[in-house]
Design a protein. Structure first.
Length: 255
């Protein structure tokens, strides 16, 4: 009886694994069809300026020397874009920098950017399943919620290229998972992972962290409410800024 239950449990795990592999390949199929979005190059420049800041602060000659032949770059602290960073993309920065001298640099860098963004998005999909399993202990509920996230058209499309909103969403899901784990276990490992995820969120967008810095949390519901508040306010601020920008442009046209 025990062996049968073990085999059934293993079969369920392999089935879930197969579903996730199929989901990943499904999304990866569309990567080459994803074009360059309007601020992709500016986001890459922000990443480079962050790297340059580290190079000058830590006096890493290999980094500062690389920027000597690149015009227009300065440390992020001197840029108007210093209000948000690109910490989740530091791992892919060396490859992007290495491709700079390639004859097809623009295309290859865009492909790397999209692939890395999709990988971060899919990390959030995986942790969505883990989060729902942690909360409900039911594989069907966890899988259904994960599929709803992954197959929502707007979220899926943004996951292929959007290095801000979709990546922030993924990191918040990961942060929520480790936050609940920490509340349950009160251990050093989950505290560190929660802090690392919170740091990435705060670096990417201030709306991803300031709510966590100004509230107290005693239950999983408190954390979930903080996540909802930070994401909602981030979306509202972004929408308001877009509206104001368009309004200013329209007023200038009328004049």
């Amino acid at each position: 009886m025990g062996d049968m239950q073990t085999m059934t449990e293993q079969k369920k795990r392999y089935t879930i694994l197969g579903i996730f592999v199929a989901m990943f390949l499904f999304g990866a199929f569309f990567l080459r069809e994803t074009g360059v979005y309007f601020d992709e190059h500016s986001e890459e420049e922000i990443l480079y300026m962050n790297i340059l800041q580290y190079g000058e602060t830590l006096q890493i000659s290999k980094i500062t020397n690389w920027f000597q032949w690149k015009d227009g770059y300065r440390p992020i602290c001197e840029s108007i874009e210093r209000d948000h960073g690109s910490a989740p993309y530091y791992l892919c920065a060396p490859l992007l920098m290495k491709l700079e001298q390639h004859p097809e640099a623009a295309r290859l860098q865009s492909d790397v950017w999209h692939a890395y963004t999709y990988a971060l998005f899919f990390l959030g999909v995986i942790y969505m399943y883990r989060l729902l399993w942690e909360l409900f202990r039911d594989r069907r509920t966890a899988l259904l919620g994960t599929l709803m996230l992954f197959l929502t058209p707007r979220i899926f499309a943004d996951g292929l290229y959007n290095n801000k909103d979709s990546v922030l969403m993924s990191l918040i899901i990961v942060m929520l998972f480790y936050g609940i784990r920490f509340l349950e276990r009160k251990d050093f490992k989950n505290a560190c992972l929660l802090g690392i995820c919170a740091g990435f969120c705060g670096n990417l967008k201030i709306s991803g962290i300031y709510v966590f810095a100004t509230c107290s949390y005693n239950t999983a519901q408190d954390i979930a409410m903080a996540v909802f508040t930070s994401m909602t306010q981030g979306v509202l601020v972004a929408g308001l800024s877009t509206y104001v920008n368009q309004l200013i442009k329209q007023l200038e046209k009328d004049e």
